[in-house]
Write a protein that binds this ligand. Structure first.
Ligand SMILES: Cc1ncc(COP(=O)(O)O)c(C=O)c1O
Length: 505
């Protein structure tokens, strides 16, 4: 059973070893030494920094801002404290190898694709993947074969891909070299990763998981099964998004022998800076220790706060905040991270975008993101009861406001939300060919039949409608114009007003 498996995992951790934070300890020790520094960075442990910045940030952040010195190891070729710190992360997450990332999960997701695809190789990936997966496709020269995610019309959001969807995609693309999935989604919804891993492996393919929003799963039995425990081969997690890594600090984990660790290492050398930030890496070391030793307690408190917020929000007239009761309601909704709150405001005649701005302006409640219907909140180990009270108070007040939209506008958006996204356009060039091809800008309305050179990903539906290399169809143009006219949010293209489009010459 899923929960007991995660629980066993926690019991098996060697707590004594996990007490260590070798990189943090080495940096702290180095900062206590009196050295004459003739190396980068030029501020020399804060001595040359502007006094105003020093006063604001404090001394230690600059003292710890070191470079590859023998005492603190080298990220690209570690044989000391970074090697040890990465090994402890691998142990905590039950991986065979873990790598510290200082360029966010973006470079991790790029590595997922580049680790299994040579130029011209095919990769299966969900259409609602993060744009870093498309970047990985462009960098590698891979050919994407998209799997359409399960789309939840009621909530206006896309969920994960289903085992049946993967089977079908594999029949259509038996030459694929790997399967990439996103789980959980931004809304905390998880795929059936165990089944997806079984299917991918039965075809001899690695399962690559963008688990950017799930770095906490391995540390509490009431959270969904982590990708590594479900059988994934290569997994990226944004330690900074949900647990306590500093922004840009992420982890990449490898398990098993389907992906070559030397290739992963070479790709990371290509994608990451030769001057990785030691403050970020130190935060990864300590975030792992914190989760290994206190994760269950801290995440238990987080779950309790999020559960309380969800039930209070659901008592506010017109507001809905879905929870685990939706598990199994649609095939792409296999499991759920209860710490994620998606507050649906469409019942009040509000758009998620406007509600996002309103709660921020009037209550200083800062959401993570919003969609047409929803406002999304990340509840984490850093939140307090006071935060939850303010969140609930802000939506109580919002529900007492009238709808800010005219009825005609609300009706238009509601109709739009009921539309299914257009079918996938034909792929004429690989994303890499389109990205590097000579391009020009033409009026949007005249783009039908041309090859698109940019990503266009509107809300709704939060899925790319056009990706570089795809033929612009009349269906895609009509849909995008409809979203734009109705006040939806156009993400991706240079001209977000959709007057022009970049196409291949
Ligand atoms: C699902 C998903 N994958 C990858 C990323 C990229 O992560 P990072 O911001 O750490 O580079 C994001 C960022 O929002 C994301 O939501």
């Amino acid at each position: 059973m899923v929960l007991s498996k995660a629980f066993r995992h926690l019991r098996l951790l060697d707590r004594e070893r996990q007490e260590r934070a070798p990189l943090f300890e080495a940096i702290r020790h180095y900062c206590s030494l009196d050295k004459a520094p003739f190396h980068t960075p030029g501020h020399k442990q804060g001595r040359g920094i502007s006094p105003e910045l020093l006063a604001f940030l404090g001394e230690n952040v600059f003292r710890a801002d070191l470079t590859e010195l023998p005492e603190v190891d080298n990220l690209h070729d570690p044989d000391g404290v970074i090697l040890e710190a990465q090994a402890l992360a691998a142990e905590a997450y039950r991986a065979d190898r873990s790598w510290f990332l200082v360029n966010g999960s973006t470079c991790g997701v790029e590595t997922l694709v580049m680790s299994v695809c040579d130029p011209g190789d095919k990769i299966l990936l969900p259409r609602n993947c993060h744009k870093s997966a498309i970047a990985g496709v462009i960098l590698s020269g891979a050919i994407p074969a998209y799997i359409e995610p399960d789309f939840d019309i009621e909530l206006g959001i896309a969920h994960g891909i289903t085992p049946a969807g993967l089977e079908k995609a594999l029949q259509a693309h038996p030459d694929a070299k790997g399967v990439l999935v996103v789980s959980p989604t931004y809304y905390g919804v998880c795929c059936d990763l165990q089944s997806l891993a079984g299917i991918a492996h039965s075809h001899g393919l690695p399962l690559l998981v963008d688990e950017a929003h799930g770095p906490h799963f391995a540390f509490h039995p009431e959270l969904p099964l982590s990708a590594l425990e479900a059988g994934a081969d290569l997994v990226v997690q944004s330690t900074h998004k949900v647990i306590s890594g500093m922004t840009q600090a992420s982890l990449l984990h490898l398990k098993g022998s389907r992906v070559d660790p030397n290739r992963v290492r070479n790709i990371l050398q290509l994608l990451q800076s030769t001057s990785p930030n030691y403050v970020l890496m130190m935060s990864l070391d300590v975030a792992r220790r914190q989760m290994a030793l206190q994760g269950e307690t801290l995440l238990g408190q987080t779950l309790a706060l999020a559960d309380q917020a969800r039930s209070r929000l659901n008592r506010i007239p017109g507001i809905r905040c879905f929870g685990p009761e939706r598990i199994g309601s649609t095939p792409g909704f296999y499991d759920f991270d209860r710490t994620r709150l998606t507050v649906t405001v469409s019942g009040l005649g509000w758009f998620g975008f406007d509600a996002h701005d309103w709660v921020n302006e009037h209550f200083h409640v800062q959401p993570e993101m919003s969609t047409l219907h929803n406002v999304v909140f990340i509840v984490s180990i850093g939140n307090t009861q006071r935060d939850i009270d303010r969140l609930v108070a802000s939506f109580t007040a919002l529900s007492e406001q009238g709808s800010p939209q005219s009825q005609a506008m609300t009706d238009k958006m509601q109709r739009l939300a009921q539309l299914r996204p257009p079918s996938l356009p034909p792929q004429r060039l690989s994303p890499r060919q389109a990205f590097f091809a000579p391009i020009h800008r033409i009026p949007f309305q005249e783009a039908v039949g041309h090859i698109c050179a940019e990503i266009i990903s509107p809300y709704p539906p939060g899925i790319p409608i056009l990706v570089p290399g795809e033929e612009v169809t009349q269906e895609a143009v009509d849909y995008l114009l409809l979203v734009h006219e109705a006040g939806g949010f156009i993400n991706g293209p240079e001209d977000v007003r959709l007057q022009t489009l970049k196409v291949v010459q």
